[in-house]
Write a protein that binds this ligand. Sequence first.
Ligand SMILES: *Cc1c(COP(=O)(O)O)cnc(C)c1O
Length: 392
Amino acid sequence: MQNIFSQVRLTYLPYGRQWIDEEDIAAVVNVLRGDYLTTGPYVSKFEQAVAQYVGAKYAVAFSNGTAALHGACFAAGIGEGDEVITTPMTFVASANCVLYQGGTPIFADIDARTYNMDPNKMEEKITDKTKAIIPVDFTGQPVELDRIIEIAQKHHLVVIEDAAHALGATYKGRKVGSISDMTMFSFHPVKHITAGEGGIITTNNEEYYEKLLQFRSHGIVREKDKLYEYHGPWYYEMQFLGYNYRMTDIQAALGTSQLKKVDKFIELRRKYAAMYNEAFQDMDEVIIPFQHEDGESSWHLYIIRLNLDQLTASRREIFEALQQQNIGVNVHYIPVYLQPYYQQLGYQKGICPKAEKLYEEMITLPLFPAMSEEDVHDVIKAVKRTIDYYKK
Ligand SMILES: *Cc1c(COP(=O)(O)O)cnc(C)c1O
């Protein structure tokens, strides 16, 4: 590509990254000097802290968010022949967790305004095989939970909310994580807070809670009241096929230390998103993210949608021009069923036209709390001059 744009900045600005301070480092070092490295006291501390933060009764930490989703599918009883409805506009893990359990992911198209799964499209996909729904709070904007839960209850479906993007977001004043049957959060370094890797399920349901605990540790129980037999103090039982999906105390100490800062992180994300909105709202060539009045996003991602009719370049050319200016743009996401693996499973192109159209027109801009206002201005400058150059 021709070099029409000089770089607006000398260093590459990623689309997201962690913010680790000395307190976080000290918390991890403290664990390394202690007795437990794997699941010990810090894991329960972290679980309690997350449960309290979101307003849920229980939380079960996992080695990563994908493992947590797998656990939720197990706890919901997903098995061979069961269908689970999700959105194509998500990371592959939201659907893969269904495949892990032998179930079939069914994709329902998005709402063209919010980019979240359209509850009406979701309802159309329900059959007598449907067992659960996995809505995703895309970019941090909560899905229409009241509507989704109402439909789910009518059809006796479990709601597993993928809130990997939505820690700290609220729906009608309630925190995400306290509302669905089970809610998953991820602590991957690009997410709101990090544990290196990590995930958690929050729930108010004791039965799910117990199953999740057992699932993440080989299906093993040790508590006397849960055993079928008792041979002595050494005795434990593996009662179903679980996995080793445990979080370490090292991860949990980092996560707990990070959680203290989550509100500050979200405040900065909201501030930077507002700066982007302000800068782009009057540009015909760019559509800024629509926000539903029922929710308050915690802004994991900031996505612009290009009005390609107003532009002489493709999304790819604009993407590459921004990259050339050292702006770490990204695309979230390639609709899941377009992935080669899903195509091999027989999913057809065209099943969710709104998601496919969005995919052709979207660009994710850098957004993370550790960036500075100056970084935000660099992004705005690069977007404006790129769009100005390519506008009709
Ligand atoms: C990050 C993410 C996951 C998976 O979380 P990991 O902790 O990386 O396994 C699942 N769903 C969505 C929407 C995500 O963004």
